[in-house]
Ligand binder design. Structure first.
Ligand SMILES: [Zn+2]
Length: 398
């Protein structure tokens, strides 16, 4: 049975940088694995972010797993609820609920920190349990996640007006006014009452964290994905440090492999991820290995770290897996979910470069793997969810 590997460097793609003499971090990085594969692979660009959708990792990674976001994506909250193992009903409205720090929870207030000082999981959970005790009702319930990332479930919230509220993600609101979003919450009185009272409770004495308010956003109905196995006839697993990728994997009925020390940062446990992938492939057919670090470095605007993150992705994941599977029937896809250009320090919606190597069907590709080379081949997948079917030589999302 052919083994299929989808290896994702989150936010790896970029734009040319003057600081690198006009090269991108991917071109600058030392990537023997991808450079070995490129000339014998199909290399091109694919559009992972559909028109009219924001360039989020949740949407882009759903696309890469072969699910059309326009059809299956309901929100960020529902994906993370699945990652937490939370059971939800069909008419539940599921919100991502951040603990945040604000200058003042009023029209004149600003967002100081979307992560409440990167509050610890235990402190975060204690606050959520407190809020549940004080404010939990037949309509609203709080569910503790990790650190500042929690879930608010609104019973019978679907269909309803709250479902359509377009609340700004708190990480996009840094040092900006809360006024516009508070006005939106106020349009739904029960929700406004909840967030207002939560802020009061968090600002009372006894809370020595910097969590000063809750910020529900990214809401939607429960995430329901058709089983990956039935769709592709592959026994699959996801290996990632981040909740939303784990949530997507779980919702698709895939194995979710937890790797100790997988941090999502440059110092993540590459050996652990590599070992987990090899072990799963002893019996499984498909593995989705996700590395968050290039994205984090892009957000931080650190060129050197981003180049290093891409080099490690290649040298510690791509190359060893290639070596490990040498002589076997294997399909290897390397790509990123979206670009996180250093210049803008946030996600861009450009199509992403991909490489598809098939040991049974050698192709003629460019000399190296880069954004430019991927564009030069003329291979372009308009719908990113066709990438996996393209790699497998199967028909796409029916
Ligand atoms: Zn991403």
């Amino acid at each position: 049975m052919t083994k299929v590997l989808l290896l994702v460097g989150d936010g790896m793609g970029d734009w040319p940088l003057d600081e690198l003499g006009g090269k991108t971090p991917l071109e600058e990085a030392d990537t023997p694995g991808m450079d070995f594969l490129a000339p014998i692979s199909r290399v091109g660009l694919c559009q992972t972010i559909p028109e009219n959708m924001p360039p989020g990792s949740d949407i882009a990674n759903m696309t890469l797993l072969g699910y059309e976001p326009g059809r299956y994506h309901t929100g960020r909250g529902p994906i993370e609820a699945v990652a937490m193992g939370l059971e939800t009903a069909e008419d539940d409205l599921v919100w991502r609920c951040n603990l945040v720090n604000v200058s003042d929870f009023s029209q004149s207030g600003t967002m100081l920190d979307y992560a409440a000082g990167h509050i610890g999981s235990r402190e975060g959970a204690e606050l959520m349990h407190g809020l549940q005790k004080e404010l939990g009702s037949s309509e609203f319930s709080f569910h503790a996640g990790v650190q500042y990332r929690h879930i608010l479930v609104q019973k019978k919230g679907l269909p309803g007006r709250a479902a359509g509220l377009d609340i700004t993600p708190p990480h996009d609101l840094l040092d900006q006014s809360l006024a516009g979003d508070l006005e939106k919450y106020q349009g739904y009185p029960a929700l406004w009452d909840l967030v207002r009272r939560a802020a009061e409770i968090l600002q009372e004495g006894g809370n020595d964290t910097s969590a000063r308010a809750i910020w529900p956003w990214g809401q939607g109905g429960p995430l329901r994905l058709p089983a990956f196995k039935h769709r592709y006839f592959l026994e699959g697993a996801v290996i990632s440090a981040v909740d939303l990728v784990k949530g997507l994997g779980r919702a698709a009925g895939m194995r979710v492999v937890d790797v100790p020390g997988a941090t999502g940062l440059l110092d993540t446990n590459y050996q652990g991820k590599l070992h987990a992938a090899k072990t799963f492939l002893e019996t499984g057919d498909f593995v989705f290995v996700h590395l968050e670090a290039p994205d984090e470095c892009g957000h931080m605007g650190s060129i050197r770290d981003k180049v290093e993150a891409i080099s490690r992705f290649d040298q510690q994941i791509v190359w060893p897996l290639l070596e490990h599977l040498r002589g076997e029937d294997v399909i290897i896809i390397t790509c990123c979910d979206h670009l996180t250009p250093i210049k803008i320090r946030t996600h861009a919606r450009d199509p992403v470069p991909f490489l598809v190597y098939d040991s049974r069907q050698q192709a003629s590709g460019p000399e190296t793997f880069s954004e430019k080379e991927a564009r030069s081949t003329g291979i372009f997948l308009e719908h990113g969810h066709d990438l996996l079917p393209f790699a497998l030589n199967r028909k796409g999302d029916a």
